[in-house]
Ligand binder design. Sequence first.
Ligand code: E4P
Length: 213
Amino acid sequence: MKFFIDTANIEEIREANALGVLDGVTTNPSLVAKEGVSFHDRLREITSEVSGSVSAEVIAEDAEGMIREGKELAAIAPNITVKVPMTLEGLKAVKTFSDLNIKTNVTLIFNANQALLAARAGATYVSPFLGRLDDIGHNGIDLIETIADIFNKHEIHTEIIAASIRHPLHVVDAAKNGAHIATIPFKVLQQLVAHPLTDQGIEKFLADWNKQK
Ligand code: E4P
């Protein structure tokens, strides 16, 4: 499974990239708004740091507007993936982007039919939102498993991005259940590395080392 970072914060992206495990970046309008910067400028910064896929979301609600915005976003750098919401208009836009060889990430996926339709329209990625499903008492991981089964059965090549990840267990469960990618907030990425026994082990090794005569 590949790792994307789910942020528009350039410092977090740089730090994650320095770890050597970063395969891409996802942003959304809320994450960009938090940064208080120009969206296009920030995308230029991110795409000059990261060579993998960088998802940039359209704001328009009609297909024509999405296509116009998406083309502008895709012109910023070759590794931009246009993020499109899962709506009827979104599907039309995805089909057009697919015909133009522009990569797409269909976002706000909450059931398997949405994922199937997005894939059929030619989506490069689909993003089921785990945390937001868990928040309303549904099981986000079950959805990943269902989508992965269907995609495998029908030899669909659209990749599944486990999104709306809230904690480390989501990451391992997404991997176990067939997600191709997990897009992770920086805080969760740090949590993935940490283990108290690792810290204790380092402390003990150092203490023993310093006892040498
Ligand atoms: C995915 O691409 C989204 O940006 C993201 O994972 C949304 O997560 P949230 O539910 O924590 O806002």
